[in-house]
Design a protein. Sequence first.
Lengths: 315, 315
Amino acid sequence: MSRHVIGVDLGGTNVRGALFSENLEVRNRLKRPTHREEGGYAVVDRLVALVRALCNEAGTSVSNLAGVGIAVPGPLDVTGGIITSAPNFPDFTNFPLKRLVEETLGIGVHLENDANAAAYGEFRQGSGRDAHSLIFLGLGTGVGGGIVLDGKILRGAHGVGGELGHIILAADGPPCGCGNRGCLEQWASATAVVRMAKEALESGEPSVLAGRESLTAREVFEAAGGSDELACRVVARMAHFLGLGIVSLCHVVDPEVVAIGGGVSESVDLFLPRVRKFVDEQVFPAARGKIKITRAELGDDAGIIGVASLVRNAG
Amino acid sequence: MSRHVIGVDLGGTNVRGALFSENLEVRNRLKRPTHREEGGYAVVDRLVALVRALCNEAGTSVSNLAGVGIAVPGPLDVTGGIITSAPNFPDFTNFPLKRLVEETLGIGVHLENDANAAAYGEFRQGSGRDAHSLIFLGLGTGVGGGIVLDGKILRGAHGVGGELGHIILAADGPPCGCGNRGCLEQWASATAVVRMAKEALESGEPSVLAGRESLTAREVFEAAGGSDELACRVVARMAHFLGLGIVSLCHVVDPEVVAIGGGVSESVDLFLPRVRKFVDEQVFPAARGKIKITRAELGDDAGIIGVASLVRNAG
C-alpha cells in the first residue's frame, strides 16, 4: 500500500498542493486560484479537485493516500477540524472544513494553522531539523507565528498559542487589527514597513521613495539596499522591534532556533545582522550567542511540508 | 522503604523546608535565616543541616529519603544542577549547588528555578490541578514566572524560558534591571507599584500616601482599598499592564490557567476583576472567557510543594 501524503496550503489567493513520497519528498505539485469570493463550499470543491488531480498525475488514487494535510489561515479547532475565525475567509467562520473534505474524499484529513504548519515544516526539514525547539515568524502582510517544542506544535488550550504577531511590544503603539496596540505585526510586517516609510516621507525628507503613488515593502528594502537614508532608518526601526519581539519570546519560550520566513524574509540580509546583535545583547545572559536566528529554509513550501509531516507522523 | 521527600526554598532571607509524606502532604517544616552574606559554602552547610533536622524531627534518616528538591532564585542549568546567575546571590554564579548537596547528603538532589517550582506546585496541587497547562506569575519585589505544559516545566533551551517578568510591554518604558525597558516587572511588581505611586505623588496631588517617608506596595493597595484616588489610579495602571502582559502571553502559550502569586497577590481583589475583564476583551476571540485567571492557591508553599513533586515524579 502506498504511503503517499498530500499537503495543501489554502491561501487567500491560491490553493497550492503537493504529493509527497514515503520519505516526504515532493513528487508533483499543483497550484490553482482559490476564488474565495465564491464561498466555502466552492473552495472545498476546488480543494478536493486539486487532491484528485495530484493523485492522477502521480498515477495513484486517493484511497491509497495515508491522508491529506491542509494548512489554513486563522485560529482553528484542530481536533474538531473547524476554522474558528479566519480574517481573510469570512465565509469560513466555524466552517467544518475537515469533515467536509473527509466525507468527500473518504480519507483522513489533518487541519493546521498555516503558520503552525510552516513552523513544523521548518522544524522537521528546514532550519530546525537538528534542533529540539523552534519559533517560526512569518513576516508577510501580517506576522504569523508558530512554536514547536520537543516535536510538538504549541497550539494552546484554545488554539491561539503561537499567534506571535500579536505579542504586545509598545502599549501605546499603532492600533492593530486584533484590537490591541503596538503588536509585533505593527512593526515587523510588510504592511508595517510601508506604513513607517509613508510616515517618514510625510516630513518631506528627500528619498528615492518620495512621490511614488503606491509603495511596497520590497521597494523600501530595495531603497535601503541602495543606502537611501530614510529607507535605512525604516528598516532599522523594523529590525529593532523584531529584535525586541524575539527577546521577549526568548524570555517565554527560549528556543534553539528562531526561523524568519514570509515575503519580508527575502530581504533578510538587510535586517538580520542587526536583529542578531540586538538579541545577543539584550536577552538573558545564559542565552546570549546561543539562539540561532536565521532565515527559514523552505520558503513557500514550509506549510505544505509541515502538514504533510503531521499526517505522516500521525499515520 | 520510606518514600519521604524534602522540598527546600532557598530564599534571599530565609531557607524554608518541609518533609513530605508518600502522598505529598507536609509532615513537618523548618525555617532558618539564609545568611547569604557568609557565602555559598556556608549556605550549603545550613541547607544540609536543615534537611537533617527535618529528618530527625520526623524520625527518619536522610538515606531513607527519595530525594531533596531545592527551589533557587535565578536562571540555572537544571541538568548540571548549577545556578548560572542569581541576582540576589552573587556568590552563587556558576555554583555547583546540586553536586555539593548530593555529595554531602549522599542522595539525589533536584534543583529548580523558584518561580518554575511554584508554577509546578500550583499545577500539581493548586489552582492548576485540574488543568493541562498553567502560567504562574509571582508578583513580588520582581516578577517571577513559570510555565507548565502537559505536565512539563517549559525551561527552554538555555534555562531562560518562563522568565515572564521580562516580556517587553512598552519599548520606551522604565529601564529594567535586565537591560531592557518596559518589562512586565516594571509595571506589575511591588517595586513598580511603589515607583508609580511616588511618581504620582510628585505632582502634589492630595493622597493619604502623601508625605510618607517610606512607602510600601501594601500601603498603596491599602489606600486603594480605602478609595484614595491616586492609589486607585496606580493600581488600575498596574492592572492594565498586567492585563497586557497576560494577553501577550496568551498569544504565545494560551494556557488554561493563569495563577497570580507572590506578595502582591494578597491584594488580588483590588486588581484581578479589572485584569480579567481586560483579558477577556483583548485576547483573540477563541480564548475569550475561557482562560481562568486566579490567585495562586498555595501561597509561600508553592515552591517547596513544586520541587517535592518534581522529586517524587522523577523517582
